[in-house]
Structure formats: C-alpha cells, structure tokens
Design a protein around this ligand. Sequence first.
Ligand code: SF4
Ligand code: SF4
Ligand code: FES
Length: 240
Amino acid sequence: MAASPTLAVSVWRGTESGHFQVFEVPRLESQTVLDVVTYIQRSLDPTLSYRFACRVGMCGSCAMTVNGRARWTCRTHVARVAAGGRLEIAPLANLPVVKDLVTDMTPFFDKWAKARGRFQGGATRKDDFARVAPASPQRRLAEAGIECIGCGVCYSSCDVVAWNPDYLGPAALNRAWTLVNDTRDTGNRERLKAVAGDAGCHACHTHMSCTERCPKQLAPTASIAGLKRAVTVAVLKGEL
Ligand code: SF4
Ligand code: SF4
Ligand code: FES
C-alpha cells in the first residue's frame, strides 16, 4: 500500500501545562523528524519554538520525545518511527519546559556540576605534556564514556530521575566515571564523595533505558556500575 502523502503530526504547545496541536505535513522521501518540525515552524506556525543547531548528530540540541521515546530528531527518519503516518512530538521528559519543544537544561547541567564533572588538573604550565598510554585499562575506560555530548536523551529516559528529581542521572554519572579514570585528574576523592550519596550512583536501578537510547551508543549503566565499585573500594579503604 502506498504511504499517505501527508503526515498527521501532534505537537506539544505550551509549557508544563498545554495541549497537543495537530498539523498536516507533506510526506517527503528521506524526511527527518527535525525536517517535519522545521516545516511546521516555517510554513504553518512561526510561533512554534524548538531547538537545533548542527542537523547532523553533532550537537545534541534537537533532542525531543518522538512517539513516546527520547531521540535526536535530526537523526530520526520519519519512515522509521511514523507507523501509520502519525507522529507525536513533545519536549524531553524530566526537564522543565520553557515553551513548546524547548526544555530548560539547567537542572541537567547543575547535576553535571554536582557530580564534579569538571576536569581538575594538577599540572602547571611548566610541566611536560602528560602521557597516557592508549592501551592502558584506565585510558580505555575513560574513552568509553568521553564522547557524551550532553544531549539529555538518557536523562529524559531514566525512570529514577522521574521518581527522584534529586538523582544525578546517567549523563552526570557517566561523566564522573570518565574523570575517575582520567589519570591526569586530581579531584577523585571529592568526586567519589559527590556521587556516593543517596541521589548518586547507588540510586540507579540498572533499568538500562539510558544505555538502550543513547544516540552515541555509550553505556552509562556500565559507568554507574564502575562508580558503585569505586565508591565501595574507597569506603573499604577508609577514604570516604
Ligand atoms: S550519555 Fe548519550 S544520551 Fe546521555 S547525554 Fe551523553 S550522549 Fe546524550
Ligand atoms: S540504568 Fe540507571 S541511570 Fe540508566 S536509565 Fe536505568 S536507572 Fe537510569
Ligand atoms: S541538530 Fe545537532 S544533533 Fe540534531
């Protein structure tokens, strides 16, 4: 059966309270969900707010909830998700809504800071470059999580964040684990303290949604398991 020439697209309008508004959008070949949102804003309703930058899966700013699942809209083809020619597009879950499809990422990045997700070096400009062997186990562990671009897809997919708004969440904890394994960093004691609390790594229930949905194929669940082990070892050694 030939695909319908139009898509029925329900788009969230408003802030925390609002409603879905339905638009009819022409269906095109190789169309992405971001193309659909852009068409609506440019051709049907210029007051629609949404966010994007690179359109090629580099910046992560186009993340939205598409038919109930967090995704990068620029890398999501309509043909893959719009069964029956229907799309429902909403802002990312677990974050305050600024307007329409735009979320406020402040709580997400505040947690990144709370988890001590900032590199804390100990070298001075007089020191030589640090050499970290590419094949060393710690370098490999750090590299496994370093490609995170802070898009919020994992955070928005995590049930524990939904139940416990204080939970640091998969991205911040993945970042903490990346730095724990960075041999140049000097902030690990404070970092492990920061992630050891009630809202830290032990709150993760290993649901795996973060790992299943990360568009960069990272595995925050494995990073969080690493943090749990590191915290336990630090406690046993009397370091925390
Ligand atoms: S871990 Fe993946 S899904 Fe989560 S913020 Fe980083 S890139 Fe996005
Ligand atoms: S594995 Fe942990 S952090 Fe990831 S979605 Fe599940 S509860 Fe959240
Ligand atoms: S617009 Fe940059 S990842 Fe989608």
